[in-house]
Ligand binder design. Structure first.
Ligand code: HEC
Ligand code: HEC
Ligand code: HEC
Ligand code: HEC
Ligand code: HEC
Length: 416
């Protein structure tokens, strides 16, 4: 501005400067106007939040649908359910005012009667709130945030919207993930079909051979007890395409083909169908750390996996006798040992009873040479997964020789 007063400037210069400042003035005015409008809109919204609209519509719907009800008895303002021992405040009923009403079954969301009244009678909302089952951000009162889509919130509403994003053709009932946070210690639970399928697969496919689950199991893979707490940042998405980068998709792809997602993985491809992979993924996501939840919320108070007598007997057999070494060090995960009645669930490697012959023909080595200088798969395993001391290697060699003697003797007895 100091320059404008400079006498060296011509009249033409001056007028250009006046023009520029006039244009600047207009720009400034526009900015001020936009700011004012924005402030006005924000104020208007604060004055009239979306829930006010839903509440006045609710009164109109009630008046129209249930003529006999006096609409003035319907509460106004923010409504909430406070569950004291959970330290949870769920304000969903601010908009979902009809959940406990009869006669609004045919009305659209958010005003409708809760579609599953049976579940609310065994899990009363006064004791459970809404978010324990549905997810979402209980305290929020805008739809976007309450449904858990706000940026900082990690528990989105497990509803139709996300489910059909994950699996458009056959949207899975993701709600069951949350049901199973409390129902995890049951073998199966009515109305939780996907989770039940997942639990059955965990038993049938021998996951516990490699994974600790609820304190029991092998240690070749990571402990899965609280795998549902794992955050998105802790997963490696580099082998998934960009539109698949959610925890749910990671699990589904990993179950369908472990090595596609984790190339060096020794987790076997279990030949799962898509629905089975989805069921297992939901089960994994339900395995949360529940230690902060009050015990009253657990229908099975013993808080441990039930084991059948056969399962207990099988575990005992494995952990005693000559085969115990191979169970203790997880060799049986991939190797059967016929001589010791050890049956591998995967049979990824050959039966070790025949190793002395087999290693000779395949690698031109003795078992001793093979275990001290392994090649191929066993090199990776003995270097990174199961690290044995020299003493333990000798124990393995001696047991393998013993197994070989047993099967050789049996063979000779059978020979005519
Ligand atoms: C500001 C109002 C508002 C609040 C607060 C609110 N909702 Fe909603 N909700 C809606 C509206 C509107 C719809 C219907 C819109 C739609 O279908 O997309 C809806 C739909 C839903 C649906 C069905 C949609 C789906 O994807 O399955 C569920 C379930 C739901 N809400 C649960 C909740 C829960 C749980 C809370 C509390 C954490 C909550 N809502 C809080 C307004 C609200
Ligand atoms: C014990 C678990 C449980 C609790 C607690 C619970 N719900 Fe539900 N909710 C369900 C189930 C099960 C369904 C039916 C599942 C489905 O069809 O998606 C459902 C369905 C709904 C739907 C319809 C979803 C749709 O896709 O149309 C809404 C909305 C809803 N619940 C809101 C609430 C609100 C609000 C609360 C709290 C006052 C609440 N629920 C408490 C289990 C629960
Ligand atoms: C916060 C923990 C919790 C959540 C979440 C939960 N439940 Fe339950 N559920 C319980 C408890 C505790 C009981 C035992 C209630 C009783 O017997 O009084 C129970 C009982 C049940 C029963 C037996 C009811 C009866 O009438 O005998 C079924 C079935 C059931 N739940 C299914 C579900 C489903 C489906 C969901 C998800 C939509 C769900 N639960 C979510 C804790 C939970
Ligand atoms: C032969 C051993 C083996 C068997 C059997 C096995 N896994 Fe795994 N699993 C692994 C190994 C090793 C990893 C780590 C490498 C990887 O992510 O693939 C792993 C990783 C996982 C992960 C990812 C965990 C994380 O924190 O990243 C999940 C989830 C999982 N397994 C679930 C299962 C389930 C469920 C079953 C049974 C249906 C199963 N696994 C069977 C060895 C196994
Ligand atoms: C994750 C699966 C896996 C585990 C666990 C495993 N192995 Fe192996 N092992 C293999 C595979 C696969 C082969 C075949 C190697 C090849 O062909 O390169 C093999 C080969 C062998 C051989 C040579 C057998 C032959 O007949 O050629 C011996 C000996 C052996 N393993 C010992 C062990 C011992 C001892 C352990 C436990 C400390 C163990 N393995 C754990 C997968 C495994």
């Amino acid at each position: 501005m100091a320059q404008a007063a400079d006498p060296v400037l011509s009249e033409a210069d001056m007028s250009r400067i006046r023009q520029i400042s006039q244009r600047e003035l207009i720009v400034l005015l526009c900015i001020a106007l936009i700011a004012l409008v924005t402030i006005a809109v924000v104020f208007a919204q604060a004055e009239s939040p979306e829930w006010k609209y839903y509440q006045s519509e609710f009164r109109a719907i009630v008046a129209e649908t249930l003529g006999s009800v006096d609409v003035d008895t319907i509460p106004r303002g923010i409504q909430q359910i406070w569950v004291e021992d959970l330290d949870r405040v769920d304000r969903c009923i601010t908009c979902h005012q009809g959940v406990q009403w009869k006669g609004l079954e045919e009305i659209e969301q958010p005003w409708t009667t809760h579609p599953d009244q049976e579940i609310l009678s065994s899990h009363p909302i006064e004791e459970y709130g809404c978010t324990l089952c549905h997810g979402g951000e209980g305290f929020a009162v805008s739809e976007f945030e309450a449904h858990g889509y706000g940026e900082h919130w990690e528990e989105p509403l497990l509803g139709q919207a996300i489910a059909s994003e994950y699996e458009p053709v056959n949207p899975p009932p993701l709600l069951q993930i949350r049901c199973n946070v409390c129902h995890r210690y049951e073998r199966s639970t009515p109305n939780m079909e996907y989770i039940n399928v997942g639990k059955e697969l965990v038993r049938l496919k021998g996951c516990k051979i490699c994974h600790v689950i609820n304190g029991q199991g092998g240690r070749l893979g990571p402990d899965l007890t609280h795998v549902g707490e794992k955050h998105a940042e802790e997963f490696d998405f580099s082998n998934l395409s960009t539109d698949q980068m959610t925890i749910f998709n990671w699990h589904v792809k990993h179950f369908k083909s472990p090595t596609t997602v984790v190339p060096a993985s020794i987790m076997p491809d279990l030949n799962l169908q898509t629905k089975e992979a989805i069921a297992l993924s939901m089960l994994m996501m339900s395995w949360r750390d529940d230690s902060h939840l009050p015990r009253r919320l657990f229908p099975n108070l013993e808080l441990k996996d039930e084991q059948t007598p056969e399962e207990i007997a099988r575990d005992e057999r494995m952990l005693t006798g000559d085969g115990a070494f191979f169970a203790k060090f997880s060799c049986f995960v991939c190797h059967s040992i016929e001589a010791f009645e050890i049956q591998s669930p995967t049979n990824k490697g050959p039966d070790l009873s025949w190793a002395p012959e087999d290693v000779r023909t395949r690698f031109n080595k003795t078992v001793e040479e093979f275990l001290f200088e392994p090649t191929g798969t066993m090199k990776i395993i003995l270097e990174s997964q199961i690290v044995l001391t020299d003493e333990q290697k000798w124990e393995a060699i001696n047991k393998i020789m013993k197994a070989y003697d047993i099967v050789k003797n049996r063979e000779q007895e059978k020979a005519p």
